[in-house]
Ligand binder design. Structure first.
Ligand SMILES: Nc1ncnc2c1ncn2[C@@H]1O[C@H](COP(=O)(O)OP(=O)(O)OP(=O)(O)O)[C@@H](O)[C@H]1O
Ligand SMILES: [Mg+2]
Length: 224
């Protein structure tokens, strides 16, 4: 069986004027089976850059990334959206919910490009919101939800397509300690119940403690 994530010798440089920054320097790692993986490391070590490559928001300068057996660099531009929809979910630090839409509508939005009829989309969204314990807040807009509740809606949105891989950048960064703990318990449960792999960039020791695998970056390199 192909690895869920297979990153080989990935490098990425940024140029700012005369300065050349090695954001990632020959990074390799594999995730063989459903797991929670923490990407740790100091500020500027390349965590967000790596997540951006996994979602193919950006392309590496060199090296290869395979997700579930598919080579990311071989995917034509016009297939990217469909590929991301099928295989990936994202959770951002600031949740990135649409302020004018309800929780239910925010989650449905992630199904906008799939062929399901409206009624089915509504059902999938409300079922996934129930999975994260938000069935009592379907009609609330983000401003009417707490930070932890918004994060749960963001997780539901990432999961509604049942992707194999969810990528999260500092998902506990804006949560108080108790809410962060609840979010981690949720991630652990979803990983076990749905077989979802989570890759989480984080400074949070608790995320590292619960992860099955921790990848430490330092100056764009995998630390020993
Ligand atoms: N678009 C860009 N142009 C130039 N340099 C960049 C760009 N994006 C990132 N960098 C640089 O690449 C390095 C890695 O940045 P990255 O955002 O991946 O770090 P990070 O580990 O996510 O940090 P943090 O923990 O602060 O979020 C940093 O030195 C950063 O300044
Ligand atoms: Mg970052």
């Amino acid at each position: 069986m192909a690895a869920i994530v297979d990153v080989r010798q990935v490098s990425k440089h940024y140029r700012r004027g005369e300065e050349r920054i090695a954001a990632l320097d020959s990074v390799s790692f594999q995730v063989a089976r459903p797991s929670v993986v923490a990407i740790a490391g100091p500020s500027g070590s390349g965590k967000s850059t790596l997540l951006g490559m996994l979602a193919r928001f950006e392309q590496p300068d060199s090296g290869s990334i395979h997700l579930d057996g598919a080579a990311l660099d071989a995917l034509p531009e016009h297939e990217l959206d469909a590929f991301r929809n099928r295989k990936l979910g994202f959770v951002f630090q600031n949740f990135n919910l649409v302020g004018t839409l309800t929780a239910q509508e925010n989650v449905e939005l992630a199904l906008a490009t799939c062929a399901l009829p409206k009624r089915e989309r509504r059902k999938a969204a409300s079922e996934t919101l129930a999975l994260v314990g938000m069935e009592h807040r379907l009609d609330h807009t983000p401003a009417q939800l707490s930070g932890g509740q918004q994060q749960r809606v963001a997780i539901a949105r990432a999961l509604v397509n049942r992707p194999k891989l969810v990528i999260a950048d500092e998902p506990t960064g804006n949560l108080d300690s108790k809410t962060a703990q609840q979010m981690l318990e949720l991630v652990d449960r979803l990983h076990r119940d749905l077989g979802t792999t989570f890759i989480i960039a984080t400074h949070d020791q608790r995320v590292m403690d619960m992860a099955g695998q921790v990848l430490r970056l330092e100056d764009g390199k995998v630390a020993a």
